[in-house]
Ligand binder design. Structure first.
Ligand code: ZN
Ligand code: ZN
Length: 170
């Protein structure tokens, strides 16, 4: 979504609120599900030519479960609080800002990195997801697969324990 900032620039110091919503269908390849509207607050200061944009919101992304790959709705809360120096379009760290161009603020470019930094560490379709069988790829949430692989981790652990024991004796 693009916001025309020119009315904001025509005053000495002005605060404006804009109701926006994340306008992309996909983020990083994941489907964006019904993004909720959020209010962005923009403060323009003429004396030092800065624009401060802040607000917080929530989107839902459809991401694969880390264990069984099932598409899972993941709510992501994010907030933004950015100061943009309009002279050279940089943030206070001197990093270039790409969401403002001339008199236009591209809210999707502004929000995208904020959403990405707030992704959960782990995506699970449910707390106790049993994942896929490493042997046959069956979804173990539907019950044991019967391919016999489930015992392998036990055997592996035993082999490692024995190897350590042996190494300790040498
Ligand atoms: Zn799962
Ligand atoms: Zn299996």
């Amino acid at each position: 979504m693009k916001i025309d900032l020119s009315p904001l620039y025509q005053s000495d110091e002005v605060l404006r609120e804009y109701e926006v919503s994340f306008g992309r269908d996909r983020l990083n390849g994941w489907k964006v599900l019904d993004p909720e509207p959020l209010v962005l607050k923009a403060v323009y200061r003429k004396d030092n030519r800065t624009l401060e944009v802040s607000g917080s919101g929530r989107v839902k992304l459809r991401m694969p479960c880390d264990r069984c790959l099932k598409p899972t709705e993941v709510p992501v809360c994010f907030s933004v609080d950015t100061l943009i120096r309009l002279e050279d379009l940089t943030d206070p760290d001197g990093e270039p800002v790409d969401c403002v161009e001339e008199n236009t603020l591209d809210t999707d470019l502004l929000l995208e990195p904020e959403i990405l930094t707030n992704l959960p560490m782990k995506v699970l379709c449910r707390e106790d997801c049993k994942g896929l069988c490493p042997g046959c790829g069956a979804d173990l949430n539907g019950g044991p697969c019967g391919c016999g692989y489930t015992e392998a981790p036990g055997r592996m652990a035993e082999a490692i324990r024995q190897a350590f024991e042996k190494a300790g004796k040498n």
